[in-house]
Design a protein around this ligand. Sequence first.
Ligand SMILES: NC(=O)c1ccc[n+]([C@@H]2O[C@H](COP(=O)([O-])OP(=O)(O)OC[C@H]3O[C@@H](n4cnc5c(N)ncnc54)[C@H](OP(=O)(O)O)[C@@H]3O)[C@@H](O)[C@H]2O)c1
Length: 262
Amino acid sequence: MNRKTAVITGASSGIGMELAPLFAAHGYDLILVARRGERLRKLADDLVKVYAITAHAIPMDLAQPAAGEKLWRAISAVAPDIDVLVNNAGVGDSGDFAVEVPEVIERMIHLNVSTLTSLTRHALTGMVARKHGKILNVASLAGFQPGGPGMAAYYASKSYVLSFSRGIRRELRGSGVTVTTLCPGPTRTEFEETAKAQKTWLFRWSKPMEARDVARAGFDAMQRGRAVVVPGLLNKLLAFSPRFGPAAIALEINRILLAQRR
Ligand SMILES: NC(=O)c1ccc[n+]([C@@H]2O[C@H](COP(=O)([O-])OP(=O)(O)OC[C@H]3O[C@@H](n4cnc5c(N)ncnc54)[C@H](OP(=O)(O)O)[C@@H]3O)[C@@H](O)[C@H]2O)c1
């Protein structure tokens, strides 16, 4: 029987942790990546007990320069061919850009942009040669916005993920490889704490979706080879909203939503 292998980055919590059992239930062997190795190993052990799969944990900091290359070597040592790559690991950072910590921004860009791009490039070599493969890139509702005052670098990083994924999807048409972009709105995970976004009006006013529902929407869209998926009806409307008004108004609304409540 042909085994299928999926790599999921950011599998130690939130959306990535909810994606893993969906792949396992569909018979995928798993390679799980994040920094917290204990959590990854526990998830891998739990899934192996329930499903007839193998699961490997690769603890690694993907915010380091050249992390994509390093991870690809580690993946290749475990599985020569992979069928699915899920670029889910990502972080945010709230605050005015001029006072954000430079190292925090640099690590965020490495993780959200550089490592995602590098891993995608490495995965595509084999996928294109085999005329078979799926990539699921996790962007955000933020990716549709003209800018995010209060989270400017994060919003820009997610616009990159959306634009990059749409571009390569078109390049790959007819190749047997699909690229799907998952664009969640506010979701109940560790993100709002690590991104220091708990006090923003966005997270206070909105009712976050459950990570399980977001993961399911992303998994289903990827299986169908869809281009972009925005889970949740309100989020779908919000994704379209920047098309109907001037960018200046969207920027002003985002500035209010991303302001920190005192
Ligand atoms: N939650 C939301 O409201 C929301 C909305 C839109 C988009 N998103 C996107 O959804 C994706 C998943 O986030 P989430 O909401 O599930 O948040 P989360 O619960 O904080 O999960 C983030 C995952 O990324 C991993 N990660 C963070 N820094 C890493 C690093 N330097 N190296 C390797 N792995 C790292 C974390 O694992 P370790 O800490 O163990 O490394 C964790 O597994 C992100 O790309 C995020 O931007 C989230």
